[in-house]
Design a protein around this ligand. Structure first.
Ligand code: OAD
Length: 252
């Protein structure tokens, strides 16, 4: 766990009322019961991304891919936001400069009350027409759990729908890239609960540092980017943010 001295450095920064951006990853939802991707019990330990999270995998076997996403949707639907989501939502409510960028597709930040979340990897609660048929919107929300049919079909062309998430080998929505890059022009950038292995999301903290931001990592484990971070807080997101809560309430 990080020391009081480490936390005091962050509290001191907060006292300057910095423009703040937070990037979150799967670790933030771990305490809610949503599995992370890497690590001992991570999803990628028992499943291969190439078989489930690529356009080629979907082309080959849309039912298999949807069975996996339907299972994850059921799992997430049974989860509720934890203390980390709650503290970030309150920070967002109090600080008009605050921007939250998340790699998580679970929607728990929004459920906790954070608004205008930049969803870097899309949302597991959205669907898109696989054929991008002319009559369908680019994406829309579908909360059905479990899904009534697998694969679900497009109400406009009867073709298959796909999950509204970003798969390996796909580009990030240019509007999302633009919002994220703008958010790296901040004074304080926190990267929380991410292994910092997947780009371009992982590159945002480095970009923020180049723009002059003070960078903070909150994670119980070291990441490949830890050595280039200004302040590393070793601990779980829900614990570190909870400890920070009273200070945050005084400052913002
Ligand atoms: P990972 O599973 O790669 O990493 C989770 C990180 O959370 C690890 O560094 C853990 O040490 C940390 N962690 C675990 N419990 C924590 C806790 N309670 N508090 C804080 N940190 C904790 O997940 P991501 O970095 O989010 O992409 O993965 C990035 C992307 O890879 C995902 O968005 C997904 C995945 O493949 C796509 O699907 C495109």
């Amino acid at each position: 766990m990080s020391t009081d001295l480490d936390l005091a450095r962050l509290v001191e920064r907060l006292g300057t009322r910095p423009r703040t951006t937070v990037l979150t990853g799967a670790g933030v939802s771990a305490a809610s019961g949503v599995p992370t991707f890497r690590g001992e019990h991570g999803l990628w330990k028992s499943h291969h991304p190439a078989e489930l999270a690529t356009p080629e995998a979907f082309e080959r076997d849309p039912a298999l891919v949807w069975e996996w996403y339907d299972w994850r949707r059921q799992q997430i639907a049974a989860c509720t936001p934890n203390r980390a989501h709650a503290v970030l939502a309150e920070w967002n409510r109090r600080d008009p400069t605050f921007t939250l960028v998340t790699q998580n597709v679970d929607g728990l930040h929004e459920l906790a009350g954070t608004t205008d979340v930049v969803r870097f990897h899309g949302s597991i609660w959205e669907v898109r027409c696989w054929r991008a048929c002319a009559a369908s919107p680019s994406r829309w929300r579908d909360d059905s759990v479990p899904l009534p049919s697998i694969p679900p079909t497009c109400p406009h062309c009867d073709g298959p729908l796909r999950p509204g998430v970003v798969w390996f080998g796909e580009g990030i929505d240019p509007a999302v890239i633009a919002r994220s890059e703008l958010a790296t022009r901040c004074e304080l950038f926190l990267t929380i609960g991410t292994s910092s292995l997947v780009y371009p999301a992982a590159g945002l903290v480095q970009q923020a540092r180049r723009h002059g931001a003070f960078t903070v990592e909150i994670n119980p484990e070291a990441t490949p980017l830890s050595s280039g971070i200004d302040l590393v807080l070793r601990g779980k997101a829900e614990d570190v943010l909870d400890t920070l809560w009273p200070q945050l309430m005084q400052i913002t």
